[in-house]
Design a binder for this molecule. Structure first.
Ligand SMILES: [Zn+2]
Length: 223
């Protein structure tokens, strides 16, 4: 009951088909968890992995206290991949992930969709972090990044490196190249950096510091 009261205060921002409950006189929808055993296993393993990476850089709390649910509903808030629901004190209550996140990772495992989406929502739910549009740029250069899995690799270019997992492309840049804006946050070699940034052990990195990542290099733009 306490749980439903907590949810009740913020659920009005969320319109998902799910469980209808009555709370303080309001009828509200609680998203229904549609996760499969495979998805639950993936979520648990990813949360454990994120917690282990955080512990490596000195952050001791784990990220397993909030429930993570899976939905197939595509109709909430502009078709988002996931969201965190807060209470009135900006404390996370639960995380919901759309099934399409798991499907995208299956199609292209070299991009760690589930990791990036969960870490982003941990930023909202556990650290009350908002979005960031900050990127590290190197004038005259583009970032060339390689994402690899067991069957091959993909090389892609970006004009800069997102400083945080809370990065989202601006609406303008998203119209041009929405997908690529987020790709760097899904590359395995950067996962420890993004966890470290989130838990506060690294504030930002310079363009030169980024060279130490194997999958990354700055390529001079031809004049
Ligand atoms: Zn977000």
């Amino acid at each position: 009951m306490v749980f439903f009261k907590l949810v009740c205060r913020n659920i009005l921002a969320v319109s998902l088909c799910g469980l209808l409950v009555s709370c303080n006189g309001f009828k509200i929808w609680i998203p229904e968890d549609e996760s499969t055993a495979e998805e639950r296993e993936k979520i648990a393993a990813t949360l454990q992995h994120i917690s282990a990476l955080a512990a490596e850089v000195g952050y001791q709390n784990s990220f397993t206290s909030l429930p993570v649910w899976v939905t197939t509903e595509d109709e909430y808030e502009n078709n988002r991949s996931a969201y965190c629901s807060w209470d009135d004190n900006n404390h996370g209550v639960y995380i919901v992930i759309n099934r399409k996140v798991f499907e995208r990772e299956k199609q292209e495992p070299r991009f760690q969709e589930v990791f990036a989406v969960l870490l982003h929502e941990i930023g909202h739910c556990y650290f009350s972090r908002g979005h960031s549009h900050e990127r590290i740029l190197k004038p005259g250069y583009i970032a060339e990044v390689q994402a690899v899995d067991s069957v091959g690799g993909t090389v892609f270019n970006e004009s800069g490196f997102p400083v945080s997992i809370m990065y989202v492309g601006s609406p303008a840049s998203c119209q041009e190249n929405c997908d690529a804006s987020f790709r760097i946050t899904k590359v395995k070699e950067f996962e420890k950096y993004f966890v470290s940034e989130l838990v506060g052990t690294i504030k930002a990195m310079s363009a030169d510091e980024l060279e130490k990542f194997k999958s990354f290099r700055w390529v001079k733009i031809e004049e």
